[in-house]
Write a protein that binds this ligand. Structure first.
Ligand code: MLT
Ligand code: ZN
Length: 461
């Protein structure tokens, strides 16, 4: 399904010659994502509208070439990689916030808007869009929706799908559809909105989205809690949830993540700690103050060494800068690292961190664990050099063991990064035969010729 010269010519007629390139330098720029894997596309195209995208997909169906939608390329499982060639369709020209409707607490947005810019825009109006993946400074809303991004604030506010009311999307056939509602409620027909969100760009290309907003919380308070023992940190997380306290974030960093991030940023993280939690609460001023006091004493009671309050906005920003830098810091240390995204029931977080520690001891591998512990969502990283075959084999065995244990505990192998290409060989461990068959049938209905984002989600046959 290589791109022919005549198809290229027609693509250029659709978007204009300057918006469709086959220059090697440009192809390279759109050939990789946060997995570090690289696949060169045949061309890169920058449409301006859903009509452009519809025309491109109609042509792809007729002339049979692959189309791979791409946001900012910050995905962690290869969702935007052209693994079987084809054209990468970059959404960056659809980058407008179309409407912020204060009266109805909704916004209409195009997919190329950077998530962090959207946060700023709604916060200026005293409104709040909670989903905040660690990549929010550069990732885009379209990519966030395609992957159903999570992030730290999911503990209290849920994930991206909980904020999507309706969509406009272009199907692989080129048909433009509108799904969902602009209202709080709506139950007419199957929920195509929910089907498209998290479908990893395999069912359609989102071109317009109606998002739900909340009033901006009046006050936010943040503490860091330092533990000598990581088990105590994990038990504290489970205890907070057991007591029915729901902070807006409970982030966990183990010693390896703390040390790696500190050597990357040098901002004074406690490198001798066994683990650290970043707990943030929001609400009315008096409520947050009380909640922080309760949390402080609970943490000390569960064995914390120290609890520090972020006294200023600058201090809080520094903390979040450190948290968001964990992933780049670990990549700098080990560019080939494996990063997993498991979720376990929150009462079982202590079991999982003990399991990972035992695995690290047994395998001799270097591991770093961090993540959204308040959701039970742990990013389990194996720091390895893939050229070392022995290390790679051990790491793959460790990943398998962690996945199997996750499922045994009643968890899931991916909370927010998706399946893409890196986890497709494991999907059958979690999804049953009948359910997988159903998913493949859905893909066929949406994409009869298999031209949209091939090679993702499903294991190779
Ligand atoms: C994060 O929580 O920092 C992101 O999901 C990225 C990562 O897991 O590396
Ligand atoms: Zn994460």
């Amino acid at each position: 399904m290589a791109l022919s010269n005549s198809s290229l010519k027609k693509l250029r007629q659709i978007v204009g010659k300057e918006h469709c390139t086959i220059e090697k330098e440009e192809l390279v720029c759109y050939s990789y994502d946060a997995t570090g894997k690289m696949y060169l596309p045949d061309a890169v195209i920058f449409p301006e509208s859903s009509d452009d995208i519809s025309a491109i997909l109609k042509l792809a169906n007729k002339e049979r070439f692959f189309v791979i939608p791409r946001g900012a390329g910050s995905g962690m499982t290869g969702g935007s990689l052209p693994v079987q060639g084809g054209i990468v369709l970059v959404m960056k020209r659809l980058n407008r916030i179309l409407e912020i409707d204060r009266d109805n607490l909704i916004a209409r947005v195009q997919p190329g808007v950077v998530t962090g810019h959207f946060h700023e825009a709604v916060e200026k109006e005293s409104l709040f869009y909670p989903p905040d993946p660690a990549s929010s400074d550069f990732s885009t809303l379209g990519g966030n929706l395609a992957e159903c991004a999570g992030g730290p604030r999911a503990v209290k506010y849920g994930v991206t799908r909980d904020y999507v009311l309706g969509l406009e999307a272009v199907l692989p056939t080129g048909d433009i559809i509108k799904t969902g509602v602009k209202t709080v409620k709506g139950v007419v027909g199957y929920d195509l909105t929910r089907l498209l969100v998290g479908s990893e760009g395999t069912l359609g290309i989102i071109t317009d989205m109606t998002l739900r907003l909340l009033p901006l919380p009046e006050s936010v308070s943040t503490i860091t809690v330092i533990f000598d023992k990581m088990e105590a940190a994990a038990q504290t997380v489970s205890e907070i949830i057991r007591q029915g306290i729901i902070p807006r974030t409970i982030e966990y960093m183990d010693n390896a993540s703390i040390r790696c991030t500190e050597s990357y940023l040098k901002i004074g993280l406690p490198v001798d700690a066994g683990a650290m939690l970043i707990i943030e609460v929001d609400g009315k001023e008096n409520e947050t103050a009380t909640e922080i006091e309760v949390l402080k004493s609970l943490c000390m009671h569960k064995g914390a060494r120290d609890v520090k309050m972020a006294e200023t906005n600058a201090e809080r920003d520094d903390l979040w800068k450190a948290r968001k830098a964990i992933s780049p810091a670990l990549y700098k240390y080990a560019p080939d690292k494996i990063n997993e995204d498991i979720v376990v029931p929150r009462s079982r977080i202590p079991d999982m961190v003990v399991k990972i520690a035992e695995l690290r001891e047994r395998s001799g591998l270097t591991m770093a664990t961090f993540g959204h512990a308040g959701d039970g969502n742990i990013h389990f990283n194996v720091m390895l050099d893939k050229k070392n075959r022995d290390e790679l084999q051990k790491a793959e065995a460790a990943v398998l063991e962690v996945f199997e244990y996750t499922l045994e505990l009643g968890g899931t192998i991916s909370g927010e990064h998706g399946i893409g290409i890196t986890k497709s060989s494991y999907i059958k461990k979690e999804i049953g035969e009948t359910e997988l068959f159903l998913m493949k049938q859905i893909k066929k209905v949406f994409d009869p010729n298999g031209i949209l984002n091939p090679g993702k989600l499903f294991p190779a046959e």
